[in-house]
Design a protein around this ligand. Sequence first.
Ligand SMILES: Nc1ncnc2c1ncn2[C@@H]1O[C@H](COP(=O)(O)OP(=O)(O)OP(=O)(O)O)[C@@H](O)[C@H]1O
Ligand SMILES: [Mg+2]
Length: 291
Amino acid sequence: MTEQDSGDRIREEGNLREGVPEGATPEEKFIYHGVVHDHGRDDTVEFIDVVKAFGRNRVLDGLNLGVPDGLITMILGPSGTGKSVCIKHIVGLLYPDEGDVLVQGDSVPDMTDDELFAMRKKFGVLFQDGALFGSMNLYDNVAFPLRQHTEKSEDEIREIVSKRLREVGLGGAEDKMPNELSGGMRKRAGFARALVLEPQIVLFDEPDSGLDPVRTALLCDLIKEVHEENGGTYIVITHDIASARRTPDYMAILWRGKIVEAGMRHELFESENPFVRQFLSGESAGPLGME
Ligand SMILES: Nc1ncnc2c1ncn2[C@@H]1O[C@H](COP(=O)(O)OP(=O)(O)OP(=O)(O)O)[C@@H](O)[C@H]1O
Ligand SMILES: [Mg+2]
């Protein structure tokens, strides 16, 4: 999205209510203003009017979001709002019923199988539990994408794997099997593996789930450090507010299939939107209830 577009979106009264569901109460209309603050960069990933339903469950309901190039973006929202569904649209594991998803300007639903395969090579993905292969030790797990997708020699592979494992604080654990590792170690190992092919885009689906607050904070710091060192576009999915305070440059809050508000971290923490305020402060009183 260009600077012009986004500025206009915020200014135009009509567009402030963009995405209001039919039959919404005045309070809901106010909450649902769908403001997208400009990030001043190109969009690496773009959702354009994306609708996705499973049967009668309309999970994405006209989603519009641009993920800025070269920053850490966090997509936040209550459980079951469609965050994982978003991630699956980006890598072409799900297709929209309506609208479009672009990665670096190319439409994912329009890609041929070969194009999709090539596009996926740009991504590193960290799945929820690290998704390590149980039959391989840590070293072989992290070396796997290099052996699979490159012609590198074992010497070159050793250099890369050792560097990545050191980077995530697992330098001494190369010979361990996944079942000998704690949940936090498995996630860090999954992170090392997601990075070995030097992806331009890294997706993290709930890197913090199942971790205690201290380990969550350490993992968030690690994500930031590795991003500073390597660059790239990171997309982190979470519902953890503590992570939101420290990790992202840009943030988007998803609810009922739409963006409630997206902007730089300080813009969201200073938001006047009652839903955003309630969600980011973790309070029980406010428009967000148990549904
Ligand atoms: N393949 C599928 N088939 C049918 N329904 C699905 C499918 N995938 C997701 N859903 C539904 O879509 C909704 C959103 O699911 P999603 O997993 O994206 O939520 P989430 O925001 O990631 O939640 P959480 O924070 O709990 O991980 C849920 O109601 C879920 O049941
Ligand atoms: Mg999820």
